[in-house]
Design a protein around this ligand. Structure first.
Ligand SMILES: [Zn+2]
Length: 478
């Protein structure tokens, strides 16, 4: 995600600056659940009636007596967060007729968490088929999950399997700070029943024209997002083997062309630097409607505002598009637990965005990043929070500067210390080693040490954890 309020306003308030803004693959990590979803959209009621089958993989860490699912739309039922982001009309997701291997079971729902007891133990090496019907009522004015005129933004719109790893079940609660979503690589087969004239823009390779029935398939993605619309227009293009489509609404014509060019050039830039983008298609959908959000990343699809304010007027939101597309590498392909270690995807993504803006768009913000990161030393002294904490530890006002900005400045410092080429090699190695898996901060540090041939622990300790008495530069440490 790129934070609108935080990035732009914090920057202006603080500085009045000119910135406008290989190891063997783990068999458990690479075993994927399969989702089969049949969804019928009713545009007049703004509801989705769904039937979902989830097959859990044979390869798991534990025998399983239950599974958990996140029902994120339920946060829009009785909104308990900031009133500015309260939906005008509530939304929710109800499940019924839950079965495990054909046997009806009694589910338990508490706010966003659905527990499905199996009524038996499913040993490692055996799959289980969890089936349910669901009814999604879309909110109006919801964050990410939303409806706008003849468009439904289906984000986190189906019961999403909760990750169980060696730390246990990740039944993490929702929060309006950052992206509280943590999912594992899965295979999707999603069929849509749509009213006449509707098009689907999704995580899969989409059909080129509207249809009332369609089946979309996408393997090896963490999530499946879909935008159902009668209103969007498209500009198509290609970067390498990947189709890069930019979708825009009436009134965004002026920004659509430069943003499509930026999308093409950032996909090429990140692909060359970090490693090849593995999917056939990526969609850029303009018109992010979430409160305080400038853009959001999903597998194979991003959203972005069309334009952003500058000191002198407005500009196409190129840095937002670049940021969200960089997430295709850092979140999409290489996953991480965004609730536990949000810096890992947001820091690397913010660095990638700034690098693109510097090298391709000739907007060099390194001085600003450095000044901003100096400010984080003061924040740390005042509130004791560092840059590698859990999402839930950060007050909204400092989340962006601690989790996005300082780690991005850290990566620039690392470039100054060990050279750009080495830093790119670190990112390439990290991408290659952990693609389609979930990496941790420790995995990243390990790759950095290995590739640089240095002990970078004191460097990361200082930059991410504010550990005093350690050198902030690696060249004094080695
Ligand atoms: Zn982000």
């Amino acid at each position: 995600m790129k934070r609108f309020a935080c990035t732009v306003f914090l920057i202006m308030a603080l500085f009045s600056s000119t910135l406008q803004l290989e190891v063997l693959a783990d068999p458990v990590q690479t075993a994927r659940p399969k989702y089969e979803i049949q969804a019928k959209y009713d545009a007049s009621k703004q509801t989705v009636s769904g039937h979902m089958v989830v097959t859990i993989p044979e390869m798991r860490l534990f025998p399983q007596k239950e599974a958990f699912f996140q029902l994120y739309p339920n946060v829009f039922k009785d909104w308990k967060y900031e009133k500015e982001s309260k939906p005008e009309k509530p939304g929710y997701l109800n499940v019924k007729n839950v079965q495990v291997d054909g046997v009806t079971v009694k589910e338990n729902v508490k706010e966003t968490i659905l527990q499905v007891p199996f009524g038996k133990e499913v040993p490692i090496g055996k799959t289980a088929r969890i089936e349910m019907d669901y009814e999604l009522v879309l909110p109006k004015g919801g964050t990410r999950l939303n409806t706008y005129e003849n468009t439904a933004f289906l984000a986190q719109w189906y019961p999403m399997l909760v990750v169980q790893d060696k730390e246990g079940w990740h039944n993490d609660p929702y929060t309006t700070v950052g992206d509280p979503f943590y999912t594992q690589m899965s295979d999707f087969e999603v069929s849509f029943d749509l009213p006449a004239g509707y098009q689907v823009i999704s995580s899969a390779k989409d059909q080129a024209s509207p249809a009332e029935k369609m089946v979309l398939k996408q393997d090896n993605v963490r999530d499946f997002v879909a935008v159902l619309t009668k209103d969007y227009q498209v500009i198509r293009g290609k970067s390498g083997k990947t189709d890069v489509n930019l979708w825009y609404l009436k009134g965004m014509e002026k920004e659509s062309k430069p943003l499509h060019e930026a999308a093409l050039s950032s996909m090429k830039f990140f692909g060359e630097r970090f490693g090849e983008y593995p999917y056939e298609e990526v969609d850029v959908v303009l018109g992010e409607t979430g409160f305080g959000i400038a853009g959001m990343e999903y597998p194979g699809l991003i959203t972005s505002i069309a334009k952003m304010p500058t000191m002198t007027g407005e500009t196409p939101a190129i840095s937002v598009v670049a940021h969200e597309l960089a997430h295709q590498w850092w979140y999409g392909v290489v996953g991480s637990n965004q609730a536990k270690e949000p810096w890992l995807d947001e820091g690397l993504t913010t660095f990638s965005e700034h690098l693109f803006m510097q090298k391709q768009m000739k907007e060099d913000d390194r001085d600003w990043l450095k000044k901003a990161s100096d400010k984080t030393d003061e924040i740390h002294k005042a509130v004791g929070i560092h840059s590698a904490q859990k999402l839930y530890d950060y007050p909204n006002e400092i989340y962006g500067i601690m989790v996005y900005i300082r780690p991005a400045a850290m990566m620039y410092q690392l470039m100054d210390d060990i050279g750009e080429e080495k830093v790119m090699e670190i990112l390439k190695t990290y991408y290659e080693r952990y693609q389609f898996q979930t990496a941790t901060s420790q995995d990243f540090f390990k790759v950095a040490n290995e590739v640089s041939g240095k002990d970078l622990k004191p460097f990361f300790d200082k930059w991410l954890y504010f550990k005093d008495g350690e050198p902030k530069k690696t060249n004094t440490a080695s």
